[in-house]
Design a protein around this ligand. Structure first.
Ligand SMILES: [Zn+2]
Length: 329
């Protein structure tokens, strides 16, 4: 692994719900951080403005300006072209259909070089280098949030296939009559376990008369969407609809993750993402139990560990990225 250049640098985790930024020193210690909601309307330019604002805030918390940073890494959903600095078809972000030159726009705004990477892959790398998977050389990262992302590390190296590897959310777990996934297909794991899909389902069932506190809790907290914290609260209150949808999600994760483990036979499964981190160890254990009936090698199931870097994992992983131009210089 190449040595990082000395000096403070930044990391951005661009998620469907929130933008988390960090400023770190050369030993990965967090000097400042900031978070804001991802815009739900507009387009890529509005998202770029929000990213720059959150990064400025993290830099200010560290007593720095963005231009003091050697570089900033951005972990983004969608198809990433690191060389071209573009992000294409980020379906969980507003109006993001074509290719958008995110690196150039941010470099211009912040006055520092920008590196782009896949959000899930950088979070996986962060857990492998700095977090729960430090001791392992092969792992499957399952990032359970708005969607369900997957990151793969084999023999110490990230595996991204032709560029879209690790899309564990779209493993098929229901062949016939499966729920519609945000990707448009039917029966994907994400259609049952993604927080976005779970919210749509909760709304439909609530509109049909199923009682739930989910939307009341959201209103009380002034939230438009059902965040991980809202799900956690509803589960604590034993809300029947939240409990049912979460049981379906765990069952779906069990089948989907076990199917991928059957193929890759990795040493460990790391559970991250907004829901994974918020629900933590008790749910890692529930998922491990739900995997068992589907595991071919059920005599040695891999441990399912909660991501150690928590909410900051994606941003810390992004800060490990090196800009293409800076790497060459
Ligand atoms: Zn899908």
């Amino acid at each position: 692994m190449a040595r990082r250049r000395a000096g403070p640098h930044g990391g951005v985790d661009l998620g469907g719900t929130k933008i988390q930024t960090v400023v770190v020193d050369s030993r990965h210690a967090v000097l400042g951080e900031a978070r804001r909601a991802t815009p739900t309307t507009g387009g890529p330019a509005d998202v770029a403005v929000a990213i720059a604002g959150a990064l400025r805030e993290a830099a200010a918390a560290a007593g720095l300006r963005p231009s003091d940073l050697t570089h900033v890494g951005v972990g983004s959903p969608g198809a990433i072209n690191a060389e071209a600095g573009t992000v294409t078809s980020a379906s969980n972000l507003p109006g993001w259909t074509g290719a958008y030159p995110l690196a150039a726009v941010l470099a211009d705004d912040l006055g520092t070089p920008i590196a782009l990477g896949n959000d899930v892959q950088v979070a996986t790398d962060a857990e492998a280098r700095l977090g729960a998977a430090r001791e392992y050389s092969s792992l499957l990262g399952v990032f359970w949030g708005t969607g369900v992302g997957g990151g793969i590390l084999l023999d110490g190296k990230p595996w991204t296939g032709l560029g879209a590897g690790g899309e564990i959310g779209h493993v098929c777990i229901q062949m016939h009559g499966g729920l519609r996934c945000p990707c448009g297909r039917h029966g994907c794991m994400e259609a049952y376990a993604g927080r976005g899909a779970m919210e749509r389902r909760a709304r439909e069932l609530h509109d049909k008369g199923r009682p739930t506190e989910l939307f009341k809790i959201a209103r009380k907290r002034g939230r438009e969407r059902l965040t991980s914290g809202i799900w956690a609260r509803a589960l604590e209150q034993k809300d029947p609809l939240a409990t049912k949808l979460m049981a379906d999600a765990v069952e779906a994760l069990g089948a989907g993750v076990a199917s991928v483990v059957n193929v890759l036979d990795v040493e460990v499964v790391i559970l991250g993402g907004g829901l994974g981190v918020r629900l933590g160890k008790p749910y890692a254990e529930k998922i491990a139990a739900a995997m068992l009936p589907h595991l071919f090698n059920d005599h040695r199931p891999p441990p399912v560990l909660v991501a150690e870097l928590g909410d900051l994992g994606g941003a810390l992983g992004a800060s490990l990225l090196t800009p293409v131009a800076a790497a060459a210089s």
